[in-house]
Design a protein around this ligand. Structure first.
Ligand code: FES
Length: 78
């Protein structure tokens, strides 16, 4: 199994509007923490998630979280 690239070792804390988002799982996107299609040619696909209300979230950018797309603190163990 391929290992994701570590985009950076801190989460992206963002205030997201309601809507559908695609979190980059591969770590190659230039528009972190969201997918920009750079996963093409890898075994990775983005994680779709939906926000039903405006909310501040911490999105994983180390790509090692077990609660994707949200940060679970895994970046502290890398
Ligand atoms: Fe990383 Fe799409 S660019 S999952």
């Amino acid at each position: 199994m391929e290992t994701p690239r570590i985009a950076t070792t801190q989460p992206a804390v963002l205030s997201l509007e309601p809507g559908t988002y695609y979190w980059c799982r591969c770590g190659r996107s230039n528009t972190q923490p969201f997918c920009d299609g750079s996963h093409q040619g890898t075994s990775f696909t983005p994680v779709e998630f939906t926000m039903t209300e405006k909310k501040q979230v911490a999105l994983c950018q180390c790509k090692h979280t077990t609660t994707a797309p949200f940060c679970d603190g895994s970046h502290k163990r890398l």
